[in-house]
Design a protein around this ligand. Structure first.
Ligand code: SF4
Length: 345
């Protein structure tokens, strides 16, 4: 693994002002993404996965605010020759921010139909991105757009380049969005539940496509999902999020072989296993993710945790404990290894 991470997120807090008060959607997230590797971010809906991803490129401005933290981009400095910078401290008009968005960092959103511009053809949207980030002229950009549509498996790309999003199926829109995200050969691809709305066959094809493009371009991938099957297939490292915090980080092998955090254990226990689960009810996690406006005191998972310790877990925020190369935010491991200083909320 490269020593210097491509992207380092540290102490990220993102919130939304509502009539009822500030919603702390992301509440102190630390993450690293390494060149050529895949980090999967998992958790139930409402855990802050998408808000974390959007905060990286400052795509929430106008709706949410990043209240604290840094997002350090080392992409220009992997070889120690360029400069690292904090994306959150750049001025809105800074050229480095423009270069990152759609250039060094490609992003695939959850709902292609909502993210593609409905009144512009797929080709126009691709050509515009290509011209901004690669400097190609209009003719060369159109030729490249057709090539890209072909590479993501869109049949008849010469015709489809002039199609509007409503003329394409969900799977084809998702592929078109992948083509736009990849057109400038990004160093990092952020994919926010890119296959959630798709049938399983199309989902498998899109995952294959991301894997093969990653191998070809040595691209890093930050993949957000709640599907642990996808995690097992794609991830090198996994970050498990709960109510705006990363509660466990580990390599995919460690996480599946020996989950530590009770939330991770419960997530894995709720995945059906062919043959094993015939005729029995699947375990579920009781309750739902609490409203971030009304966070439970102590560990925010304690009302749903099967291993909660009364008088401790409902009083004090748990420490973040380092166990070798992995971390877990839970009081059960407090005496095991190094406690990461200042980790508790
Ligand atoms: Fe469960 Fe307590 Fe650990 Fe939270 S700190 S996950 S409530 S055991």
């Amino acid at each position: 693994m490269d020593q210097r991470p491509l992207l380092e997120i540290s102490g990220l807090h993102t919130g939304f002002d509502t009539f009822d008060g500030k919603v702390r959607a992301v509440d102190g997230v630390d993450l690293e993404v390494h060149a050529g590797r895949t980090l999967c971010v998992v958790g139930e809906s409402g855990c802050g996965k998408s808000v974390t991803a959007r905060s990286i490129l400052r795509l929430l401005e106008g709706t949410g605010t990043v209240d604290a933290g840094t997002v350090t981009w080392n992409g220009d400095n992997i070889a120690g020759t360029g400069e690292s910078f904090d994306v959150l401290s750049l001025e809105a008009g800074d050229k480095r921010l423009q270069k990152l968005r759609g250039g060094d960092v490609g992003m695939i959103f959850q709902e292609p139909a909502a993210s593609l511009l409905p009144l512009r053809t797929i080709g126009a949207q691709l050509i515009e991105t290509l011209r901004i980030h690669t400097g190609l002229d209009k003719k060369a950009a159109r030729a490249r757009a057709i090539e890209l549509l072909d590479s993501v498996g869109i049949p008849d790309p010469h015709r489809r380049v002039d199609a509007y999003p409503f003329q394409l199926s969900g799977g084809m829109c998702q592929r078109a969005m992948i083509a736009i995200a990849l057109c400038a050969n990004p160093t990092l691809l952020i994919a926010d539940e890119p296959t959630t709305a798709l049938d399983v066959t199309t989902q498998a094809r899109i995952l294959d496509l991301i894997r093969s493009l990653q191998a070809e371009h040595h691209m890093a991938v930050m993949f957000i999902t709640h599907d642990l099957g996808v995690v097992a297939e794609l991830a090198d490292e996994v970050a498990v999020m709960y109510l705006g915090r990363v509660v466990e980080r580990a390599s995919v092998e460690e996480l599946f072989a020996d989950p530590k955090h009770p939330y991770t254990k419960a997530l894995l226990a709720s995945v059906p296993v062919l043959g094993r689960d015939r005729g029995r009810d699947l375990p579920t996690i009781p309750g739902t993710v609490p409203n971030p406006l009304h966070r439970p005191r102590g560990c925010s998972f304690h009302p749903r945790c099967a291993e909660a310790i009364a008088g401790t877990c409902d009083v004090d925020a748990p420490p973040e404990v380092r166990l070798g190369s992995r971390t877990v935010e839970c009081v059960l491991y407090e005496s095991f290894e190094d406690t990461v200083e200042g980790a508790s909320a």
